[in-house]
Design a binder for this molecule. Structure first.
Ligand SMILES: [Cu+2]
Length: 117
């Protein structure tokens, strides 16, 4: 009888462990971020560098032509707001959040909106 109880306990521990392991995988989230003001390959590198500084970034894919970024991140370490903030601090609009004006002023001419060049 006692050995059955130990077996049950073992199963219970295994279930808990697999739940914890599953949860850490479930922490990876992918978000699509619209980049309405991106202009060129230099912007791409600037934005990529800014996002990469955040702890918990798993993957970044920037599409200049379609003006968007696809970012995979560990949502136990960071969130969409932090990623948007990194982009706006680098001088670019991210979704509905406007670029930091000072950072935008410092961008190369080719990275500014045509009307500001
Ligand atoms: Cu640019």
């Amino acid at each position: 009888m006692k050995s059955i109880n130990i077996f049950k306990l073992f199963i219970a521990v295994m279930v808990i462990f697999s739940f914890i392991a599953g949860k850490s995988f479930a922490g990876d989230k992918t978000a699509e971020i619209s980049l309405p003001t991106i202009q060129c390959g230099m912007c791409e590198r600037t934005i990529e560098k800014a996002i990469n500084k955040i702890d918990g970034i798993v993957d970044i894919n920037i599409d200049v032509e379609n003006k968007k970024a696809t970012v995979t991140y560990d949502d136990t370490k960071t969130d969409l707001t932090a990623i948007e903030k990194a982009i706006t601090s680098a001088g670019y609009d991210a979704n509905d959040t406007k670029a930091n004006a000072e950072a935008y002023k410092k961008l190369n001419n080719c990275c500014k909106l045509p009307k500001d060049r």
